[in-house]
Design a protein around this ligand. Structure first.
Ligand SMILES: NC(=O)c1ccc[n+]([C@@H]2O[C@H](COP(=O)([O-])OP(=O)(O)OC[C@H]3O[C@@H](n4cnc5c(N)ncnc54)[C@H](O)[C@@H]3O)[C@@H](O)[C@H]2O)c1
Length: 315
């Protein structure tokens, strides 16, 4: 039975990934520092079902500061999802948090696994590394030109992975997620904010004209791609993990209006610095190497996220 280290296990994607690994019979050592990017209470509740599952062990630790000696003992592979996420908060003094959580933490973890014969070190990267994709769909070998400090920090993490592969033979594989959504989505993300405002009868703030588009990825599809990267990813490679569900923000608002049966009240805000206009994944490589084949459509996924939010708001 393989034993995996999952960093950022109390977060949105990390908690789903851990659940799925356990369901498939693996053991999981989860690590998280409960950063204050959003409420600890939300992260604790993400962990709830994991605590009750045999094969799960949790360590509250900051990967930038804690001792990583011995962390690789008995570990067959690493899923490194811990990071400070979020584009809009990455300006100004907050950038030091991004440097620590996204870069220093990654470098320390790579050092800790440098001489270990693991299946792979899977690194959660982001479509933000591309910046403005002028003509989609974007292939992995497009020139990265991040337009936010967050994007820069994620690209730096990819480079760190590559150089540990190149110099020390760690089988690193980077997966570039395209806007992941679904139950437990982070509270700063648009679907979460919109759905919650709709449920509370409050207005939403829409940044820009709403014609910006994203390639949305349902969390279970992102998890499937991430798990396949562990066993099937080519060492040193990067893969686009995009759900193929492109839509503009205005279209998403339309879907939410259909779901709730009443229109959202929309306040207009300015374009946010660091936001890209469009994202669009060419996932051909992930399909070929990883068998990546997203299953969940946008309306279905939005409905699942809304139902989860209703449960969480009651609880
Ligand atoms: N959600 C998306 O749409 C999306 C898109 C692209 C990339 N990503 C990447 O996927 C990963 C997971 O994102 P998420 O949306 O689940 O975010 P999240 O904030 O819900 O989860 C990240 C977790 O990492 C933990 N963490 C941060 N720094 C740490 C440290 N130094 N030591 C230990 N734990 C630490 C946080 O406490 C948090 O629980 C991140 O690497 C993010 O950059 C996410």
């Amino acid at each position: 039975m393989p034993r995996y280290l999952v960093t950022g296990t109390a977060g949105f994607i990390g908690s789903h990934l851990s659940e799925r690994l356990l369901k498939e019979g693996a053991e999981v050592l989860g690590v998280d520092r409960f950063s204050n990017f959003y409420r600890r209470k939300d992260k604790e509740s993400n962990l709830q079902s994991l605590y009750d599952t045999p094969g799960f062990e949790f360590s509250e630790m900051d990967l930038c500061k804690g001792s990583l000696e011995g962390i690789s003992e008995g570990i067959d592979g690493v899923f490194h999802l811990a990071a400070q996420a979020g584009v809009r908060d990455s300006w100004g003094e907050a950038f030091s948090v991004y440097l620590n959580d996204n870069n220093l933490a990654t470098q320390r973890l790579l050092e800790a696994f440098r001489d270990r014969p693991i299946q792979a070190f899977v690194y959660a990267s982001s479509s933000s590394i591309y910046g403005d994709a002028l003509e989609g769909p974007t292939k992995e070998d497009a020139m990265p030109k991040p337009v936010s400090p967050y994007g820069v920090s994620k690209l730096d993490g990819e480079h760190l992975c590559y150089l540990y592969y190149r110099n020390f033979g760690i089988r690193t594989v980077s997966v570039r997620y395209f806007t992941v959504y679904g139950p437990r989505q982070r509270p700063d993300m648009a679907f979460h904010r919109f759905l919650k405002a709709g449920l509370k009868g409050e207005p939403i703030t829409l940044f820009g004209d709403g014609e910006q588009s994203r390639d949305f990825t349902f969390v279970a599809d992102a998890v499937a791609g991430t798990m396949a990267a562990m066993t099937k990813g080519k060492a040193g490679a990067v893969y686009n993990i995009g759900g193929g569900q492109r839509a503009t923000v205005n279209e998403v608002i339309g879907y939410i209006n259909d779901l709730q049966g009443t229109p959202l009240q929309v306040n207009r805000g300015g374009v946010q610095k660091g936001d890209v206009r469009h994202t669009w994944a060419d996932a051909t490589r992930a399909a070929a190497d990883l068998g990546f084949n997203p299953q969940t459509g946008l309306r279905e996924g939005l409905k699942a996220e809304r139902e989860w939010l209703i449960r969480r708001m009651k609880g």
